[in-house]
Design a protein around this ligand. Structure first.
Ligand code: NDP
Length: 295
């Protein structure tokens, strides 16, 4: 399969039908991805159409096939959001190394009748933390809360920060232990545990909430002393106002706090790069983050 970045695009293709992209989810109406990719296309001069596609809970693969075989324009790729990331992984004919590590796919490329599956969540989180938030976790202690699809997708990116320790804690301790053991062969073996076992741990420099507790408006049962004054607390969830986890981090003394809006834009920029071979500039990405924050 050719690298999708090597396909020709741009002004010379102006007479061709628009390349088509979509985001598949259920629900999907809330997705900011169409707005983000339209802004990226404008900023980079790429001609494409990007639309939300509601897939039936039992009909993801069929919805993707229908999109690919649609007669209008040429379907080139798609994003995949909850609850279909694992199904997208199984649907792909080929998977990138980072998708294989994550066991989940959020980016599909359609080429020569085949489907390539990728995962840009880890790269998006890493770029938001290191570039937008200018935070370094090298040599520090990282705590990852949650052991679901999003947590699995970011472990490798967190290990690439070269921390001194990576602890994965989850409501169900067994799931945290299983996720940690999946990375046991890495240069630093993560440790998995339940929330209560965090009580004996020294404070963490970077605490990432990859649970969906904030979605339910719930704080996590974390023991005192998890956050240090200089810690960065990062909630993958984003939305209007402070999330329950970030309120908890503020009360726990973490001076630096961020929600997942930056990751959302950065994982989209990474998908755009995979599809079009162009990365929207930092100024474009940051102004988009501000716009999304205001709407
Ligand atoms: P999953 O359903 O795969 O995993 C959910 C995780 O949250 C599990 O670890 C689960 O624990 C835990 N959990 C759920 N409810 C609670 C609760 N009330 N208290 C404690 N733990 C809880 O979801 P994802 O991993 O796909 O998504 C997690 C979050 O990340 C979502 O909020 C999602 O919106 C966000 N996200 C943000 C992205 C971004 O770009 N900013 C990208 C991807 C995800 P258990 O195993 O015990 O059930």
């Amino acid at each position: 399969m050719k690298n999708p970045r090597q396909t020709g695009h741009g002004p010379r293709g102006a007479s061709r039908p628009l390349d088509r992209y979509a985001v598949f989810g259920n629900p999907v109406a809330h997705s900011r991805s169409p707005q983000i990719h339209a802004a990226f296309a404008r900023a980079t001069g790429e001609r494409l159409r990007y639309e939300p596609r509601l897939a039936p809970l039992d009909g993801f693969a069929e919805a993707v096939r229908q999109f690919i075989s649609g007669r209008e324009g040429c379907a080139k790729g798609a994003n995949v959001t909850a609850p279909f990331k694992e199904e997208a992984f199984r649907l792909a004919d080929e998977r990138t190394p980072r998708a294989l590590v994550a066991g989940a796919v959020n980016t599909l490329c359609f080429q020569d009748g085949r489907i390539l599956g990728d995962n840009t969540d880890g790269a998006g989180l890493a770029r938001d933390i290191t570039e937008n938030l200018a935070f370094s976790a090298a040599g520090g202690r990282i705590l990852l809360l949650g052991a679901g699809g999003a947590a699995r997708g970011v472990v490798e990116a967190l290990l690439a920060f070269s921390p001194a320790a990576l602890v994965i804690a989850n409501r169900g301790a067994d799931k945290a232990k299983a996720l940690a053991s999946a990375f046991a062969g890495e240069r630093l073996a993560p440790r998995g545990m339940g929330f209560a076992a965090l009580a004996g741990e020294p404070a963490f420099d970077l605490v990432i909430n990859a649970t969906s507790a904030s979605l339910a408006g719930e704080a996590l049962p974390l023991p005192d002393g998890i956050f240090a004054a200089e810690s960065l607390a990062y909630d993958l969830m984003y939305g209007k106002g402070e999330t329950p986890f970030l309120a908890q981090a503020r009360k726990g003394g973490a001076a630096r706090r961020a929600d997942g809006l930056g990751m959302l834009v950065e994982q989209a920029a990474e998908s755009f790069f995979v599809w079009r071979g162009k990365r929207p500039e930092a100024a474009t990405r940051r102004s988009l983050m501000r716009q999304l924050r205001d709407t």
